[in-house]
Design a protein around this ligand. Structure first.
Ligand code: PEP
Ligand code: MG
Length: 756
């Protein structure tokens, strides 16, 4: 053991005794600062704690004027103490008064002290206060003294976090830790979640801080590090990551860090200074996180986050925590807070207790977000700082509509949101009652309401939403949440599960629509595309890589043996592409029948209408297929030349404007004329007002997110279709290209009491 560690060990031993004594919080703090001063042979030891109003308040002192306790205050960034808090870094000064940041507080009487050592009180990388020692003489504090002070600071951070000091606050003044925070985030899935924080990869609360036997703790650390390294090697050697790719790169980085000697050394030092192995991990991680705050290089920050994850794994290893402990810690109204997480990890949480998801990262197309949406969990992303600001059990609100997170909300905000949630729940009850009613307009015309899906987790929604079937099954989602190409067996299994769940209800499977914004990290597609939305994607890609399409078709044919199979092709531009796809399908059918497989009883082939060029070949198109489905998301994007993912412009033009509605009506009419079933499966179908417009221009089948079926059906049941058709015909024929159809529809809805 290193010779210098005797001091901190004695100090920690005394602290442990003090923690066990039945002392009042102030007394305990007073004892602690006295003990520290004695231990490092300093005349002064003071503790400043950060309040919610960004003021550092003197909470205890040995050596400075005792009357200044709870009176002396510094702003964040002010003086040496404020500088330490703002930068989350220690300051070790021989002559403090000559430091440019020095600010003299007359009430403390500190003018006679020269040397100064201050360290931040950190928890999870977050500053909670500052601990300072001072001497009259110009002395230089040694490394091990700084280390001792940091270790004590960590113990104090735990005291603050457990709420021990709350009774010392003046009325109306909160510590920074309890401050209510509103974070701006990006809305990823609508809905509002009220509940309590559960940190994914929770910061395990280390309750056992002081070690009895550091040799034993060093052994425990060694064992945990070895199993951590082994588990990473194990993950790396698994077949599905034996690829180049992002996943592998992360694991490689983990392996590098896990073998990092600097890390192991810092952990050992903390143990030698008297901490348990768990507390050592917590301390080193916290120091790292605080340092990370100042890093601007996104690559390095990302790597540091990997490191952070690794620290968490090590902690769990040490505490023997497996995922099965989840059920105990998970509140009934859990809001999951994570930096980022894998799609599969989300599925480990019991859905019925999950009220929301807050991610520090994530994008609308990331796998975790796709799955969260499929599960119907209100979700926001890009909520910076969410993880380090939250503690397990904190009250929190996720607003997936406005893209906001309210952490530890104030009472009025909580009341307002609780009312919103009650209102939504009442509406949901109404929608459930509508579920078994026929899906017809007020004047008795049937309109088929279908749902969109893409993962097995969507399937329960089929019964819950009352959908007539699955109008669009986005098969690419299975590919997007996997880490390698799903094998043919896995594809077949999913398709079979979907058909089993659907029973007699029809299902339309769309062949994989990858490319554009739907990227597969393990698939090396085009090197770089200037305009990916107009690029090598969907049917273009699968016709060029027929192996991909053939495998999928085979899986679909087998899964649908003995039942109907409906297949749909995405991003078709010319009818010739349908012929080529049909040739591949026919070949697979011949192949399977040669081997006496049970084939589908009927096979219907359809095309998406997403590319405007198809509008000038509608007759030929309808001849070539059994049905069509309008992908209004892409069609609108291409017709108006507005990127659907660009928030600057995506709302600029109204899909309920005259040009787009005229065009959609033309498709509906072409379908009627050729007796080809037409449906629409873009977002437009899921909003009551636009669904009403679609019905008014002739659509009798639409497909939408499951959550939209209730509101759309509530609208449908109240619509007098004959009058609506008249209104739309008149508006599109006579009101000019700039007519405000949205307003006309709103007035119509108001007049007829239609909920839109
Ligand atoms: C569409 O483009 O409208 C559509 C339904 O397909 P996706 O949203 O999957 O591109
Ligand atoms: Mg599309």
């Amino acid at each position: 053991m290193r010779e210098t560690s005797a001091g901190p060990r004695v100090l920690l031993k005394r602290l442990r005794e003090m923690m066990a004594e039945p002392l009042e919080p102030q007394e305990r703090l007073d004892h602690i600062v006295r003990e520290i001063a004695q231990n490092v042979v300093a005349e002064v030891c003071s503790l400043y704690i950060l309040r919610a109003d960004s003021i550092l308040e003197l909470y205890a002192t040995e050596g400075l004027n005792p009357n200044a306790v709870h009176l002396a205050q510094l702003r964040l960034g002010q003086g040496l103490v404020g500088t330490i808090a703002a930068s989350a870094r220690p300051l070790n000064l021989v002559d403090a008064q000559n430091h440019p940041a020095f600010a003299y507080l007359p009430e403390t009487g500190e003018e006679i002290y020269h040397s100064f050592l201050g360290v931040p009180v950190l928890r999870a990388g977050r500053v909670m206060g500052v601990l300072v020692v001072q001497n009259r003489t110009m002395r230089h504090y040694r490394e091990d003294e700084m280390e001792a002070l940091e270790t004590v600071a960590m113990v104090i951070a735990e005291m603050i976090a457990t709420g021990d000091l709350a009774r010392l606050n003046r009325p109306g003044i909160e510590l920074d830790l309890r401050r209510s925070v509103t974070m701006k985030a990006l809305p990823f899935n609508e809905g509002i979640g009220l509940g309590h924080v559960i940190l994914h990869e929770p910061r395990i609360v280390v309750t056992n801080l002081f070690n009895e036997d550091s040799e034993r703790e060093l052994e425990r650390l060694d064992e945990a590090l070895s199993s951590l390294r082994l588990s990473i090697d194990d993950m790396l050697s698994r077949r599905d990551v034996a690829f180049e790719g992002e996943h592998r790169a992360v694991l490689e980085a983990y392996r590098m860090f896990a073998n990092d000697h600097g890390w192991a050394r810092r952990l050992q030092e903390a143990i030698e200074n008297g901490l348990t192995a768990e507390a050592a991990v917590e301390k080193v991680q916290s120091d790292m996180r605080a340092r990370m705050l100042h890093m601007t290089d996104p690559y390095l920050r990302e790597r540091m986050s990997d490191f952070d994850d690794l620290g968490n794994r090590l902690l769990r290893q040490l505490m023997g925590r497996g995922p099965d402990a989840l059920a105990e810690v998970m509140p009934r109204d859990a809001i999951l807070v994570a930096r980022s997480m894998g799609a599969a990890e989300l599925l480990d949480y019991p859905r019925e207790r999950l009220r929301g998801l807050v991610l520090e990262e994530g994008a609308p197309t990331s796998h975790i977000v796709i799955v969260a949406r499929a599960l119907g969990v209100p979700t926001v992303g890009q909520a910076k700082g969410a993880v380090s600001m939250s503690e397990n059990g904190d009250p929190i609100i996720v607003d997936g509509e406005e893209g906001q997170v309210h952490l530890r909300p104030q009472a009025d905000i909580e009341t307002a949101y609780a009312e919103k949630v009650r209102f939504r729940a009442r509406r949901q009850r109404l929608y459930r009652e509508l579920r078994n009613k026929p899906s017809v307009t007020k004047d008795g015309v049937p309109v088929e309401l279908m749902m969109n899906a893409g993962l097995a987790v969507d399937l329960p929604q089929l019964a819950q939403s009352g959908a007539a079937g699955i109008g669009l099954f986005r098969t690419e989602l299975q590919f997007m949440v996997a880490s390698t190409f799903p094998r043919v067996e896995a594809q077949e299994r999913l398709y079979r599960e979907v058909l089993d769940a659907a029973g007699n209800r029809p299902v339309t499977f769309r062949t994989i629509d990858i490319g554009g914004d739907k990227v597969l990290p393990y698939f090396k597609g085009a090197l770089h595309e200037e305009n990916p939305a107009l690029g090598w994607r969907a049917i273009r890609l699968t016709l060029d890589r027929p192996g991909l399409l053939r495998t999928q078709i085979r899986a679909l044919l087998k899964a649908a043996g003995g039942r109907e199979l409906k297949l749909m092709l995405p991003m078709v531009t010319e009818v010739e592409e349908i012929r080529q796809a049909r040739a591949i399908i026919d070949r697979e059918v011949r192949h399977l029948s040669r081997f006496a497989y049970l084939l589908p009883t009927s096979l219907k082939l359809g095309s998406m209408i997403e590319v405007p060029a198809l509008l000038w070949q509608l007759d030929e198109l309808m001849q070539a297929v059994d049905f069509v489905s309008v992908g209004s998301n892409d069609l609108f994007q291409f017709v108006t030349a507005t990127d659907r993912g660009n928030t600057l412009i995506s709302d600029r033009f109204d899909p309920l404007g005259v040009p787009f509605l005229r065009l959609l009506r033309q498709i509906a009419q072409a379908g009627q004329a050729s007796h080809t079933p037409v449906t629409l499966c873009g977002e437009l179908a899921g909003r009551p007002i636009s669904a009403m417009a679609l019905i008014g221009i002739g659509f009798r089948s639409i497909s939408m997110a499951p959550a939209a079926i209730g509101p759309v059906k509530a609208m449908l049941c109240e619509v007098p279709l004959a009058e609506l058709t008249e209104l739309m015909d008149d508006a599109l024929a006579n009101h000019g290209a700039k007519a405000d159809i949205r307003s006309e529809l709103r007035q119509f809805a108001e007049k007829h009491d239609i909920p839109v």
